[in-house]
Design a protein around this ligand. Structure first.
Ligand SMILES: O=C(O)c1cc(=O)[nH]c(=O)n1[C@@H]1O[C@H](COP(=O)(O)O)[C@@H](O)[C@H]1O
Length: 234
């Protein structure tokens, strides 16, 4: 089932049962879901099958980063499971991204392929420690341009960079933004954050939201509050 909603709920749970318990409270007409490293490592492809069976479009977030052939094969494996979106790290470089893109084309697979730029948990000092002297915004811009030239359909970035990327990469280039924090939630381990409505106004095309919903006392009330905030015009 396809949806117009920009919301992607991160099912960061330690078991298939816990993830499906949450999914069963969600409506695939109103959001997509994301399966990440913990859940996939524990449950394997069966979680994807179960979510597809419930009508959800799935973003498989395994952030591949390896030599070109290995990443291309992993992306193919993900796409063959019918996921809506899969990601890799732009830091893996042009040849890695091109190999993944070409592999999908060779097999006529239409999964959205996007590249992670600078993780939303990082700030300038973290980048300096790994030898990157550029600001997070400049490094995101550099990686996003490289991702676009390498045939990616978009990037994962923070909403703080979405406006700049809209100008330089265009509106159609996807800006999938985690680090979304409604007024009622804590930042947790995220550094470059923004509120949902502001993120959409800045140019995000999709909002990834995990703990503000999944760890809320009443997850469905939290999600409803976010949806209301998004639909109220300013
Ligand atoms: O690729 C991602 O989804 C991702 C990239 C990034 O830079 N930052 C980031 O938080 N994520 C993921 O987005 C989700 C954010 O979850 P919350 O911080 O709980 O809302 C987690 O599943 C992260 O793994």
């Amino acid at each position: 089932m396809s949806t117009e909603s920009p919301l992607i709920i991160a099912l960061d749970y330690p078991s298939l049962d816990a993830a499906l318990c949450m999914a069963d409270q969600l409506d695939p007409r109103h959001c997509r879901v994301k399966v990440g490293k913990e859940l996939f490592t524990r449950s394997g492809p069966s979680v994807i099958e179960a979510l597809h069976g419930r009508g959800f479009e799935v973003f498989l977030d395994l952030k591949f980063h390896d030599i070109p052939n290995t990443v291309a094969s992993a992306v193919q494996a993900a796409a063959e499971q019918g996921v809506w979106m899969v990601n890799l790290h732009a830091g893996g470089g042009r040849r890695m991204m091109e190999a993944a893109r070409e592999r999908l084309a060779q097999h006529d697979l239409h999964t959205h392929l996007i590249a992670v730029t600078v993780l939303t948990s990082l700030h300038a000092e973290d980048l300096r420690e790994v030898g990157v002297t550029a600001s997070p915004a400049d490094h995101v811009e550099r990686l996003a341009l490289l991702a676009q030239q390498s045939g990616m359909q978009g990037v994962v970035c923070s909403a703080q960079e979405a406006g700049r990327l809209k100008k330089i990469c265009g509106e159609d280039f996807l800006k999938v933004t985690p680090g979304i924090r409604p007024s009622f939630s804590a930042a947790d381990d995220q550094q470059r954050i923004m509120m949902p409505k502001q993120a959409m106004a800045a140019g995000s095309t999709h909002l990834v939201i995990g703990r503000p919903v999944t760890q809320a006392k009443d997850p469905i009330a939290a999600l409803a509050a976010i949806q209301t905030e998004l639909s109220v015009s300013s």
